[in-house]
Ligand binder design. Structure first.
Ligand SMILES: [Zn+2]
Length: 78
């Protein structure tokens, strides 16, 4: 009989502890949606020789447009 009382007390304690945790979780406001860090769109260009699309910043300017590499700039537009 003594063990039954101890068991009941432990059970109630665990129940109250879990209930408290649940209430704590419920009372906490949901985390605000993190603003997505979207990089600004980079302007793309097309290699006049091979047609590869590459960022404007990486392109090499040539007489007939942009090129992906120095070799293609020298090869020129097709
Ligand atoms: Zn190219």
């Amino acid at each position: 009989m003594k063990y039954l009382i101890v068991f009941a007390v432990v059970f109630i304690a665990i129940y109250l502890w879990r209930k408290g945790r649940r209430d704590e979780l419920r009372s906490r406001p949901p985390p605000p949606a993190a603003p997505r860090q979207v990089p600004p769109p980079e302007s793309m260009t097309r290699c006049a020789h091979c047609g590869l699309h590459l960022p404007q910043a990486d392109a090499i300017a040539g007489p007939d447009g942009s090129y992906c590499s120095q070799a293609h700039r020298q090869a020129g537009a097709r």
